[in-house]
Design a protein around this ligand. Structure first.
Ligand SMILES: *Cc1c(COP(=O)(O)O)cnc(C)c1O
Length: 362
């Protein structure tokens, strides 16, 4: 018999979103935190032009792309590594710095891929309690042991949407032992009220990851990047596959980052729709933590009520993301879609709410 490595066999298949709706119903997918808007026209054009040169390998050093990223964020190009999505970089980083016998620590309801990547590295995944669905630096610090190699923190966080101000992240970094790597996953940084932790890179013990999948609307192109200290970048570089970011993807991302106004405009539109939708949901008596991302988390009375709402919305074609896998079975996560999508989602939730109240008190 052909047997896999035990730590691989033990891992459950990655929980993909259930996107099913009844036959004949038009689906409105609000389950994967994708942008409802197309990428910059300049990015589309650049990708199309690059495709004609696709007989050649892409630039293994991502020179144009990392130069564009560096210029936008005031970083040195050599501090930047690019990946086929930031997931590739997160996976490579955890594999490079944690293994059997080591622990990787994250907040309670953290991004699920942190756990997958940790287990694929053969390391143990542990979590620290959150406060009001928000990462708690004190709890993380209290959970650090001599075996802790990496602390993973998505800020803003997914699936909660909550955010720690830069000062609190800075303080967490200062209080962590110097031999604990801090992985700051800033996939939603463009949606946050404040930016600017890149100076932490200079400490030598912190890596920041970003993505083109969310604010830039390029999820299908698979481009992410990391800002890393030189010594860590050197190691990570060995672990990444050569030519990892394909030619059209590099061209699209370079063009997208140059079209800054298109991105900030998109983010502003999504944020406005998010606030309107969150208020509508709160008006139904449901809890929605303040979100600093392109989605909101909706908390129901209990898991049964969340499942009931999920079924009722799906019957109308509206697909939200169930959160049982994150220990939040009483929640659904709703990605912010177009204005029409969000009107449909709010209407469907209102209808469900009216229906679920029927019979109460009788
Ligand atoms: C979407 C997301 C990512 C990014 O993924 P890509 O691989 O860059 O598409 C990373 N971290 C978090 C928390 C996310 O939600």
């Amino acid at each position: 018999m052909i047997t896999p490595r035990p730590h691989v066999a033990e891992i459950a298949p990655y929980a993909l979103a259930d996107l099913s709706v009844p036959q004949g119903v038009r689906a409105i997918e609000l389950a994967q935190n994708e942008s409802p808007y197309p990428p910059s026209p300049r990015a589309i054009q650049a990708a199309a032009a690059a495709a004609s040169g696709a007989r050649l390998y892409p630039d293994p050093d991502w020179r144009d792309l990392r130069t564009a990223i560096a210029a936008r964020h005031g970083l040195a190009p050599h501090a930047i590594l690019c990946g086929a999505g930031s997931m590739e970089l997160i996976g490579a980083l955890i594999r490079s710095y944690a293994g059997p016998g080591d622990k990787v620590l994250a907040p309670q309801h953290a991004y699920a891929f942190f756990q997958t990547a940790t287990r694929l590295a053969g390391a143990a995944y542990v979590t620290a309690p959150e406060t009001n669905l928000t990462a708690c630096p004190d709890a993380l610090l209290a959970a650090v042991t001599p075996k802790t190699r990496i602390v993973c923190l998505a800020n803003p966080a997914n699936p909660t949407g909550t955010w720690l101000a830069p000062d609190r992240v800075r303080q967490l970094r200062r209080d962590l032992p110097g031999d604990v790597l801090l992985l700051l996953d800033e996939a939603y940084a463009e949606f946050a009220p404040q930016d600017g932790l890149f100076d932490l890179i200079e400490r030598g013990d912190t890596v920041i990851t970003r993505t083109f999948s969310k604010a830039y609307g390029l999820a299908g192109m698979r481009v992410g990047w990391a800002a890393a200290p030189a010594a860590i970048a050197d190691q990570l570089r060995k672990v990444l596959n050569p030519n990892n970011v394909n030619l059209p993807a590099q061209a699209a991302a370079s063009a997208a980052i140059a079209d800054h106004a298109q991105m900030t405009d998109t983010v502003a539109r999504i944020a406005a729709l998010r606030e309107r939708f969150a208020d509508q949901v709160r008006a139904l008596g449901l809890t929605v933590p303040a979100s600093h991302a392109n989605f909101v988390l909706i908390r129901f009375q209990d898991a049964a009520q969340a499942a009931d709402a999920d079924r009722a919305l799906r019957a109308q074609g509206i697909v939200l993301r169930a959160m049982g896998g994150h220990g939040l079975a009483d929640c659904l996560r709703a990605t912010i879609g177009t204005e029409d999508d969000m009107t449909a989602a709010a209407t469907a939730l209102t209808r469900w709410r009216q229906g679920s109240h029927k019979g109460e008190g009788q």
